[in-house]
Design a protein. Sequence first.
Length: 404
Amino acid sequence: MTDSPAPLVAVIVVAAGSGTRLGHELPKAFVPLSGRTLLERSLDSVFGMRDASQVIVVAPEDRLDEARAIATERAGAAGGYLDVVPGGNSRQASVERGLAVLRPDVDTVLVHDAARALTPSTLCDAVVAAVRASGAGVVPGLDLVDSIKRVDPRGTVLAGVDRRELSAVQTPQGFPRRMLVAAFAAATEELTDDAALVTAAGFPVSIIPGDPLAFKITTPWDLRRAELLLATPADPAGSPRVGTGLDVHAFDDTSELWLAGLHWPGERGLAGHSDGDAAVHAICDALLAAAGLGDVGGVFGTADAALADAHGEVFLRETLRRVGDAGFRVGNVSVQVIGNRPRLAPRRAESEARLSSILGAPVSVSATTTDGLGFTGRGEGIAAIATALLVPAEARGPVLSWEA
Ligand code: CTP
Ligand code: MG
């Protein structure tokens, strides 16, 4: 991480718990949630803040290296200071370990549970802004929706509690540094959150609106809920999806021209690792994008020797296979070639028939020039732009059927 100007906001991310109630074999912060750990996801919220100048990750003692590697990777180009310290036996002890490494010029401290993995960065920003505006402690809280009862240990209801007086508080909780440090120094008992300590020390704390996404992942059900919130499945009963793709190749006089699935004898060829068929590559990009599968560069790469000089059909068939695996079939595709040459019109029908037969769906091919402007106008190369529509593969029949 880089040296940056005076840090003012520190965020302590407590991630040292074991996650007893989650019951996973890994400590909770290292449990995967739709492909990324809770720690990665909660750090993404923190590094997405407008200003978080020092980020302190409090991690299990035996996973400090792993936590450091994750935090460094997620920090990316965010800048600021990063510290990773071992946690204690309770959340409160873990926060205290984080407080011990605050940089001298920090004036506002946020404490955040790594377990609140889906917290939006904007909630963190709102807490910082409210601490700055009020000069006091700030916690995000949600109104309760259920009726609340006070019960005795046997489960007998003693009385109702007016829920309008209650708030379900979340993290990040933010404080002027001196209040939080003083509250921890004065703490005589173990409390469940930082606001409780700060309040017990006699400092003011106020509530700002929380966010349902900042819920704490505590039980397996919470983890499932988070997975469902993140899911973008190729739902067979779902909607059609569009994708766009663009590709450009420079002319290369030493190559034969392959374009829009056809060989063009006598025309200038295109440079590229494969046959340089910009129209087909744009179609593949559009199909992959519509299916949420990335792009041609990521899927095929340029290092694959098997694809050297490969014709467009190879790319189209593999793309079609992947799109099918993701639960889609092609609705239609439109591709436009941009360049002075070759003149496409005479072979448009041939190209459309060829590409349509490979994809098993209508492909429209069109062409345009750019009025002499730009690299296509100067005759340096060819561009192609494609749009693809995917539809969910055949929906299955009814779940229940009556058979005679
Ligand atoms: N935490 C921590 N150090 C501890 C205990 C908790 O840093 N000794 C962190 C957890 O990693 C979590 C946050 O505090 O991000 C909130 O705690 P909680 O949800 O209770 O997590 P766990 O203590 O890990 O879970 P459990 O209570 O089910 O064991
Ligand atoms: Mg706990």
